[in-house]
Design a protein around this ligand. Structure first.
Ligand code: ATP
Ligand code: MG
Length: 378
């Protein structure tokens, strides 16, 4: 029998989505296609799962690595396809395990139109047990999962845990405020995992957007692009803001900068048809992240501000950043704007004070000038 290279993909939460199910699956299908670009996959919708066919073992291995990053997949694994006949199913199991392996047979039929039922499959394996390439035991830890579907029977022995969540794009779109730090890339992944399509905004301290785009931000964005391939990035310089606020007490600068960031993000949101803003803030982590300062920062913003890391300790964020692969890049030294006002910033600036300072520094005008200098890249 010709060997095939197939991977079954299961989506968990999509089941909850009732009538939207069809569009969710189409979206997941499209996202998988984008994630597997270069592997030339053929994707078949098999009612409650997707089957991804590859052309050889090399593309299969590469594909499996890429699938780990696709939001909306609960688990996946290599499968062998057999015809819907008992001899074929037995034959297909050949080579799936080692001679010394003890295996439990778990059979099920998603399609009931075959002459044999799932009990019949297990009995056939027991009957043929002498000639199998492994031993059978109903209490074994290793499993041979057999599922009869209309188009053939799938045999699998692996269950790779996926990222979970929802397909990117199924929850709308957000602007992620991306810094060169540890937190915001983690927040970006959590946002994508809940189905948000994202565009990034980074405010930088370089002389040009081009310089910013070729800094370590490029590497961070490279890691983030594994979760969602199409990504637009906006770069805006901080120097107009910095020179406009030079005369105000330093302790106020940080919250003022945050309000400026939100307003800029909202402007980018208008262009991108996004009505949410995602940040890497967590509660009480630093002076700007008190309830008072967060309220004063987001004053006047209509978009919902989503802070996926709000309840995370720094330790937990660091662990996630390591797991996601952004940590090593984030800790590299960087010319960060957020060195702004770090010395003893005010921990509770009222909205009114922020509004007053915003006006006195003419930040509405600064915003307009900054937008003119903003650049985008894909
Ligand atoms: P991070 O590790 O993400 O930089 P942080 O702990 O340094 O976070 P802050 O500097 O207060 O905290 O920034 C809080 C959030 O504001 C960041 O997570 C990010 O979403 C956003 N932010 C900060 N600086 C910038 C910037 N230069 N450009 C765009 N967004 C930024
Ligand atoms: Mg920072």
């Amino acid at each position: 029998m010709a060997r095939n290279y197939a991977v079954v993909v299961h989506y968990g939460e999509l089941w909850l989505k009732g009538r939207n199910r069809g569009s969710f699956i189409r979206r997941l299908n499209g996202n998988i296609n984008a994630a597997l670009k270069g592997c030339k996959p053929r994707i078949v919708d098999e009612r409650d799962r997707l089957l991804v066919y590859f052309k050889d073992s090399k593309t299969t291995e590469k594909g499996i690595q890429n699938l780990r990053f696709v939001p909306g997949i609960s688990w996946f694994g290599r499968v062998i396809m057999a015809k819907n006949s008992l001899p074929d199913i037995i034959k297909a199991s050949n080579g799936m395990f080692d001679k010394k392996d003890t295996v439990r047979i778990v059979a099920k039929r998603s399609y009931k139109g075959t002459k044999f039922n799932s009990y019949g499959i297990v009995s056939e394996f027991i009957k043929k047990s002498r000639n199998l390439g492994f031993k059978i035991d109903k209490d074994a830890d290793k499993e041979l999962l057999i599922n009869v579907t209309k188009n053939g029977t799938m045999l699998s022995s692996e269950k790779i845990v996926g990222l979970g969540g929802l397909p990117v794009g199924s929850s709308g779109k957000a602007i992620v405020l991306l810094s060169g730090g540890i937190d915001s890339p983690v927040a970006a992944v959590y946002a994508m995992k809940r189905g948000l399509d994202v565009a990034y905004l980074h405010v930088h301290a370089f002389r040009s957007n081009k310089e910013a785009a070729s800094s370590k931000m490029k590497n961070i964005l490279g890691v983030l692009s594994k979760y969602s391939q199409k990504q637009k990035v906006y770069y805006a310089p901080a120097y107009i803001f910095q020179s406009a606020t030079i005369k105000i007490p330093q302790k106020y600068e940080l919250v003022l900068f945050r309000r400026f960031l939100y307003r800029l993000a909202e402007e980018v949101g208008r262009r991108e048809h996004a009505n949410a803003i995602v940040t890497g803030e967590s509660l009480g982590q630093v002076a700007s992240q008190t309830i008072g300062n967060m309220t004063a920062s987001q004053h006047g913003i209509e978009s919902i501000v989503i802070r996926p890391l709000i309840g995370f300790d720094k330790r937990e964020i660091i662990d996630q950043a390591k797991r996601l692969g952004t940590y090593d890049i984030s800790i590299k030294s960087y010319k960060d704007v957020c060195a702004i006002g770090v010395k003893n910033p005010s921990t509770n600036m009222g909205s009114e004070l922020v509004s007053r300072l915003y006006k006195s520094c003419d930040l509405d005008n600064v915003l307009k000038r900054t937008i003119k200098l903003m650049g985008e890249s894909d």
